[in-house]
Design a protein around this ligand. Structure first.
Ligand SMILES: [Zn+2]
Ligand SMILES: [Zn+2]
Length: 419
């Protein structure tokens, strides 16, 4: 048997309602905030991610699905959405549309990681970006949208954490300070920390293993330049003014190189060690880095599998629209022509109609109509064809009615209303 690839999943039946629920909520909230959708390709030139996400990051070093196509180009399945949005921004001249530009995306991302609950190799993200604004009001709005999105889903028990990761003016200095701090502790740290010490020392702060060592590290807030400091203070001013609870977490850093200034996370107390629900920050250098003009930007991404996990843990079950399906059960070849005609008449009235495209006896046809949850079954047999009527069975009651073919659709429409 050919099975699905490790770290991927089939979504069907009972599971699909969670996806529809989240997708509908995304459409609703982005519409309310006047964000526009962008759809970028699932694969890009490998160079895009190497340049934007950063050569030294775990994503680029270990987790990308990279391959050569038949033309010998190195391509990569996108491991995240922001780099593609920035690429599209430059390539399509979005800058001419004026600032700020508010965009959102939804779609699959790919990372070669050890599959775990809520984190697959093909996973799905909802993300938003505001491009063109330096202002902390943009950071604020991104965070507010994230909080209201979770609220709209019914997810509670979450908390907002914020930090500043500085900019290319002040971060180099802080990196040196961190290296100093960690230099004599390096031998006691985990392998990831040892590796990151030289390539991405900031990441040592969010190591899940060496938490205690990170606890004692000097805070970046003593090293921020004036620009970064003011930006961070203003963001807090807006959060406080709008009564959004938050906590400053000095150890909150992002795994991707392009982040500047604001970094934030919304965490849930119901998810255990992998408690992050939604995360984002500012990336002022990215657009310029991949070949555009200098365009400041801020955004977030949220993993949809993890949101579903959270919905289930909280016992939130999306309501499924009652379809009130009608099943049409033709009993012979000739009856099928009538069946399709009847189905068309019912569908024109907006009624969900299932045609039983199987040749089998009436008992089995009723059995299947009941399995799919049909409210009403319409039997078309020899006698019905001859005399121009149909037999209508109300499934739950078991009651049967004989109705003139011409009145069939009107009769069912009325009957469904009564049920
Ligand atoms: Zn700075
Ligand atoms: Zn470590």
């Amino acid at each position: 048997m050919i099975t699905r690839i490790k770290g991927t999943q089939d979504v069907f039946f009972e599971e699909i309602k969670y996806w529809h629920y989240i997708e509908n909520t995304i459409r609703k909230i982005t519409k309310l905030y006047a964000f526009e959708e962008i759809r970028t390709p699932i694969f890009e030139h490998t160079e895009l991610f190497k340049r934007s996400v950063g050569e030294s990051t775990d994503v680029v070093q270990k987790e990308m699905y990279t391959f050569n196509d038949k033309g010998g180009r190195s391509l990569t399945l996108r491991p995240e959405g922001t780099a593609s949005v920035a690429r599209a921004y430059v390539e399509n001249g979005f800058i001419n549309r004026g600032s700020p530009l508010k965009l959102f995306y939804v779609g699959p991302m790919f990372r070669y990681e050890k599959p775990q609950a809520g984190r697959l190799r093909q996973f799905h993200q909802f993300g938003i970006e505001i491009l063109g604004s330096h202002d902390s009001t943009a950071d604020y709005e991104v965070i507010e949208l994230g909080i209201n999105f979770l609220k709209e889903l019914g997810i509670s028990g979450t908390k907002l954490y914020i930090n500043s990761v500085g900019c290319n003016k002040c971060r180099p200095k802080y990196n040196e300070v961190l290296k100093d701090y960690y230099s004599d502790k390096l031998s006691t740290l985990c392998d990831d920390c040892k590796r990151r010490y030289n390539t991405n020392v900031l990441r040592l702060l969010d190591c899940k293993i060496d938490k205690e060592v990170a606890e004692g590290a000097p805070s970046i807030h003593n090293y921020l330049c004036d620009d970064c400091k003011i930006h961070f203070e203003q963001l807090q001013y807006y959060l406080k003014s709008r009564n959004l609870d938050y906590e400053v977490d000095h150890k909150l850093v992002r795994g991707l190189d392009y982040y500047t200034k604001t970094a934030f996370e919304i965490r849930s107390n119901m998810l255990g060690a992998q408690d992050q629900v939604l995360a984002g920050g500012r990336y002022d250098g990215l657009v310029e880095y991949i070949g555009g003009k200098s365009v400041p930007a801020v955004g977030f991404a949220a993993g949809m599998e993890r949101m579903i996990l959270l919905l289930k843990k909280m016992g939130i079950e999306p309501k499924v629209e009652e379809l009130n399906t009608v099943a049409i059960l033709p009993m012979n070849k000739e009856a099928f022509v009538k069946a399709f005609e009847f189905a068309e008449r019912l569908r024109k009235k907006g009624i969900s109609t299932f045609v039983d495209v199987m040749e089998r006896n009436l008992r089995n046809k009723f059995k299947h109509a009941s399995r799919i949850g049909a409210k009403i079954a319409v039997v078309i047999g020899e006698e019905e064809l001859e005399k121009g009527f149909v037999t209508i069975k109300v499934m739950e009651e078991g009651s049967q009615y004989t109705v003139d073919s011409d009145w069939m659709a009107d009769y069912i429409f009325k009957k469904l209303k009564e049920l």
